[in-house]
Design a protein around this ligand. Structure first.
Ligand code: MN9
Length: 294
């Protein structure tokens, strides 16, 4: 088990300008905010939250570089390099290695209905060409890709595959995975289900809302560690009031609006098209959410 990779990771939000270019100053502020104010253990760069599936290779590389340059060795860094282009994904992985990332992660290939053998081959291609440990990113609700418990076991036979970001609400499966794969890092992927995931002894969490709610999430983790379940539940209830309101208002744009209210104020904080721009009403609602729940 890679003990150094346990803990709380923010899935890094990326602010873009009107034209879809990275707002570098703003991104650097968000990284510092995560490290200094949210006190996370690490950053997950290039995930869904980073709008990674909406951007081109050059921009992905730019973001990987900025994140390492700003975070240095202050926190652990995982580069999500997966997509549907194995050749590009290998190039991104090689760059992550060169830059000094601590591990890579890759989403299960999606859109086409690949066989499990093909999925396995995808990961083998990555790990054979990238000299970093790999965390599988499983998020069936968005990819439509379901990997079974035994199939995960087949993936874990590759000794470079050391963990899974488990973004699924199936707690029976999570419990079975935990019992069966004791030495594999399992991360909770849904922030609104952190507390129950911790009860099943996950090793950490990776999520979007930790960019703004990291302190409370840490409180949940500490409370479970101290076996104070009442406190953990109280903090999860508070977190979920926040998360529910954010989801209703539009996930990433609202998180970015809240970051601006938390002091990340340089440049523009748009999302990439076709994600929309907050209306005046939604912007006002973001402010109310910030004031009420944070
Ligand atoms: O990385 C995130 N998943 C997506 C995990 O954004 C698709 C989660 O942190 C969710 O954003 C969060 C809200 O549903 O749990």
């Amino acid at each position: 088990m890679r003990e150094d990779l346990k803990g709380l990771f923010s899935a890094l939000l990326v602010p873009f300008d009107k034209n879809g270019e990275v707002n570098e100053e703003g991104l650097r502020q968000i990284i510092r905010h995560n490290i200094e104010n949210m006190k996370v253990d690490g950053l997950y760069v290039g995930g869904s939250t980073g709008e990674n599936f909406l951007i081109d290779e050059q921009t992905k590389k730019q973001i990987l570089k900025i994140a390492k340059d700003e975070a240095k060795d202050d926190v652990k860094l995982i580069a999500q390099i997966g997509g549907n282009n194995v050749y590009e994904d290998i190039r991104l992985g090689k760059l992550a290695k060169e830059l000094g990332y601590d591990a890579v992660s890759a989403v299960t290939p999606f859109y086409y209905p690949f066989s499990f053998e093909e999925v396995k081959e995808y990961y083998n291609d990555l790990t054979n060409n990238i000299d970093l440990d790999m965390i599988v990113y499983s998020i069936p609700v968005l990819t439509g890709v379901h990997i079974g418990i035994d199939q995960f076991g087949e993936l874990f036979e590759n000794e470079r595959i050391i963990g899974v970001k488990f973004t699924q609400a199936d707690f029976f499966m999570l419990e079975r995975m935990r019992k069966k794969y004791k030495d594999v890092l399992i991360y909770s992927g849904f922030d609104e289900m952190l507390y129950p995931a911790l009860i099943y002894n996950v090793d950490g969490a990776i999520g979007s809302t930790y960019n703004v709610n990291g302190i409370r999430a840490r409180g949940i983790m500490d409370a479970v560690k101290n076996e104070d379940m009442k406190e953990a539940l109280r903090l999860q209830h508070e977190s979920n009031d926040l998360i529910e309101a954010i989801l209703e208002n539009g996930l990433y744009p609202t998180l970015k609006a809240i970051l601006q209210l938390q002091g990340c104020d340089k440049g523009e904080f748009f999302s990439r098209k076709p994600m929309g721009v907050l209306t005046e009403e939604q912007r006002q609602r973001s402010k109310e959410i910030f004031e009420k729940y944070l």
